[in-house]
Ligand binder design. Structure first.
Ligand code: ATP
Length: 317
């Protein structure tokens, strides 16, 4: 798969208020995104995700490094590069609140260069796809947050660009609407071959929707992996053990010294091993202590646990 977006060593600083000092928000970020890929940009608050997104969509010029979109440099060949990209940024700056849904769509269609005679068809097609037909005369101001977000993505689709960037697309949405938005994004990527880059804190979005995740921490990329591989990597050997009887304090201490135990909850404990076969050592200890075991199950690690582990390890190193 050829890459459509190449971010190469970008750095970006901001001037600190009322001082000459600079704060380096992005410290040399590089990654590539292939055509038709859905990639999640993840990181704790202040990690530099929005700065990276804004640099990709041309709202910020990097101090160093470059962004290439479909072969065009986002600074030197700005118009050509940006012609391949649409962005839905956080907040509601993407829409006119005093216009209704249809007026917004028609306005942005013209604004983004959809030929006049195609506007009606294109707008209708998208309103159908996004199930917004029955809201078309509603003022944006009166729409729910979820509807506004769907409309913002719908508007971004008007220009029919190869790449769509979304900053926190599911922020503040209820579970059902968040799911709907997720399904829409999946459809866009799968059926229309769009490349989707999503900055998010929403772990289920990453686990469920993104093929790959780029984790940014303190302005640097700390992981750039396929989501299933990351999960597999961390899946290693975490088990949930259900005991039939409480352990004595002494027995607990021995276990805690030997194994990384994440959680004790009455008779339940969650433990992970560096090597798979260490589970047998644990079972041996239980046997020696004559502690009856009810069940032992391998726990499925979710993406949130992987993310927290990665960021924690990075801070500790
Ligand atoms: N215009 C600005 N002026 C000064 N500092 C800024 C500006 N924009 C961002 N920053 C700082 O740069 C750092 C990175 O910000 P950025 O918004 O890129 O992070 P983020 O990963 O998107 O965070 P969040 O998840 O909280 O939205 C933060 O410490 C932020 O305070």
């Amino acid at each position: 798969m050829g890459s459509i977006v190449t971010v190469d060593g970008i750095k970006k600083s901001y001037k600190k208020r009322k001082s000459k000092e600079e704060f380096v928000a992005v410290k040399g970020v590089s990654f590539e995104v292939g055509k038709g890929e859905i990639v999640g940009l993840l990181g704790p608050n202040g990690a530099g995700k929005t700065t990276t997104i804004k640099t990709i969509c041309g709202l910020l010029v990097p101090d160093e490094g470059s962004v290439t979109i479909n072969g065009f440099d986002s600074v030197k060949d700005r118009n050509k590069a940006l012609g391949h990209i649409s962005a839905v940024l956080e907040g509601n700056r993407n829409l006119y609140w005093r216009l209704n849904v249809l007026e917004n769509m028609e306005y942005f269609a013209g604004n983004r260069g959809v030929p006049k005679k195609e506007i009606k068809t294109q707008v209708n097609k998208l309103l159908n796809l996004f199930q917004l037909q029955d809201k078309k005369y509603e003022l944006v101001n009166n729409l729910s947050r979820g509807m506004q977000q769907k409309l913002a993505i719908c508007v971004a689709m008007l220009a029919d660009t190869d790449v769509i960037l979304l900053d926190e697309p599911t922020l503040g949405l209820d579970v059902e609407t968040g799911y709907e938005v997720r399904e829409l994004l999946r459809t866009i990527a799968r059926d229309q071959g769009k490349t989707v880059i999503i900055s998010t804190h929403d772990m289920p979005v990453v686990q469920d929707l993104c093929q790959r995740t780029i984790i940014i921490n303190d302005g640097k990329v700390i992981a750039n992996e396929r989501v299933d591989q990351l999960l597999r990597l961390f899946e290693t050997s975490a088990y949930q053990v259900n005991l039939k009887e409480e352990l004595t304090a002494e027995q607990r201490e021995i276990l805690e010294l030997k194994f990384p135990i994440h959680r004790w909850e009455g008779l339940k404990l969650e433990v992970s091993f560096e090597q798979e076969q260490d589970i047998y050592e644990l079972m041996e200890i239980f046997k020696k202590n004559q502690t009856p075991i009810e069940t032992i199950n391998r726990t499925e690690i979710n993406f949130e646990q992987v993310f927290r582990k990665l960021v924690k390890e990075e801070v500790a190193s």
